[in-house]
Design a protein around this ligand. Structure first.
Ligand SMILES: [Zn+2]
Ligand SMILES: [Zn+2]
Length: 257
């Protein structure tokens, strides 16, 4: 079992400590064929990518590809900004990116009160006290994920259920239907084995992502291997092991032309 690609890495373009080149060198040292930089989406008030920085990011990505031999892709970890699951990566931005990751983040400039309250305030507050939320809040956030996957060609849902409360099985079933991967995040290992079993039962496929905020964590897959063994996720279901995934966003863009 060999990791071929890591699509979830942060750089100095958001709040990672490494440059694109440093992450790519780490990816090359780990023997990866592909890597993406996936800095935080535009709606993140402190760490979000700036649209005016995108040409410089593209240049860094191309330079890192040339110099390391790893195919470096320009990705984003987009935020859901409202109750309908709208992402802060907009249709007019699509041409500028190669990979589309998305997840719930707490500190986001939300566009409606429901999203701000449920995802930005209530969930993280209850979560930090070790509590859980069912009922309305959980179904609201589940709908955000599901609508996001239906309405936008998201490649990977990052750290599902992290600091929020969602019906992970329902989200995974939707991802299976639309060809979106569920990430096995090796930095945020919050989901229970029971949740992973429920996700697995839907038949959805996975990619491992390091969520590296420093070059030394790029390509860290060990926690994912441990999870796979414990929960019984077969390697064939993890599409960046011994192979490269086929991504929905690229296919969507090809269809647009
Ligand atoms: Zn994230
Ligand atoms: Zn991240």
């Amino acid at each position: 079992m060999k990791l071929y690609a890591d699509y979830h890495t942060h750089t100095v373009f958001s709040h990672g400590s490494g440059t694109v080149m440093e992450n790519a060198r780490a990816a090359a040292a780990a023997g990866l064929k592909e890597m993406a930089v996936s800095d935080h989406g535009f709606a993140h008030p402190f760490f979000g990518l700036k649209r005016e920085a995108l040409p410089a990011l593209r240049r860094s990505v191309e330079e890192a590809s040339r110099s390391t031999g790893v195919r470096v892709l320009m990705g984003i970890e987009s935020n859901f900004v409202d109750g309908r699951g709208t992402c802060d990566l907009k249709e007019e931005d699509y041409d500028k990116f190669d990979v589309f990751l998305a997840g719930v983040h707490v500190m986001v400039n939300y566009r409606d009160l429901g999203a701000f309250w449920n995802m930005g305030v209530l969930s993280p507050a209850v979560n930090s006290f070790g509590g859980t939320l069912d009922g309305k809040v959980k179904s609201y956030i589940t709908d955000v994920y599901v609508n996001a996957v239906r309405r936008q060609p998201i490649d990977v849902i990052t750290h599902l259920d992290y600091r929020v409360f969602a019906d992970v099985k329902e989200v995974a079933a939707c991802c299976k239907e639309y060809g979106t991967y569920i990430e096995i995040n090796t930095k945020k290992t919050h989901m229970t084995d029971e949740q992973w079993h429920a996700v697995m039962e839907t038949g959805v496929n996975f990619v491992i992502g390091s969520d590296a905020h420093s070059p030394d964590r790029v390509a860290d897959a060990d926690p994912a291997f441990a999870l796979m063994q414990r929960v019984g996720i077969p390697a064939e279901r993890v599409h960046n092991l011994d192979r490269l995934p086929s991504f929905r966003f690229a296919a969507y863009k090809r269809g647009q032309r």
